[in-house]
Design a protein. Structure first.
Length: 181
């Protein structure tokens, strides 16, 4: 598991929580003025024992839940959905969603859009995610609020599912047109 850092941060607009910064980003080109350029490149120095990572996250979540009714578990980076990270992002989100249920809100930050997630067959990796911040950070659209760039989509699970349905509908309609010809 490639993890840059795990900390108790405020990476959610309403909830205190634990943020897991994955190491390695597969976006090309990289986002200009990225908030975390130190997380772009994979390096063995960021390779972590998966069980130890789960233990650290659990300790931090447990501590926060003694003070707050609900907290966030935010997956960001780097890129949680990069090929070398996606299985680990699923493992983390599934483990803690099953353990804490509605006491935590799992949030995923990705440069990908709903269309990219569908096109790249990544839906299974986000099945335990409750909220999404999707799309590239574009510095020209920077804002001092959440999310950091006006073009980024901040979606709850229901809105993400609707976006996926629209994308899949377009794919089906495009395919059916090709089949009829």
């Amino acid at each position: 598991m490639y993890i840059n850092r795990i900390g108790t941060f405020r990476d959610h607009p309403d909830l205190y929580g634990v943020s897991v910064y994955f190491q390695g980003c597969d976006a090309e080109p990289k986002c200009f003025m990225c908030h975390n350029p130190e997380t772009w490149h994979i390096s063995e120095k960021y390779k972590r024992d998966p069980e130890k990572v789960l233990e650290i996250i659990d300790e931090k979540l447990s501590r926060l839940l003694t003070h707050f009714k609900k907290v966030s578990l935010t997956l960001l980076g780097g890129e949680p959905l990069a090929p070398h990270n996606r299985g680990e992002a699923l493992k983390i989100s599934k483990y803690f969603k099953k353990k804490y249920g509605e006491q935590i809100t799992v949030v995923l930050f990705s440069w990908r859009t709903p269309k990219d997630i569908v096109k790249e067959n990544l839906l299974k990796y986000v099945q335990y995610v409750d909220e999404f911040v999707l799309g590239r950070y574009l510095h020209k659209y920077h804002q001092n609020s959440f999310p950091a760039s006006k073009n980024q989509l901040y979606l709850n699970r229901a809105d993400f599912e609707k976006a996926v349905s629209v994308v899949k509908g377009r794919e089906l309609n495009g395919s059916s047109v090709l089949i009829r010809k």
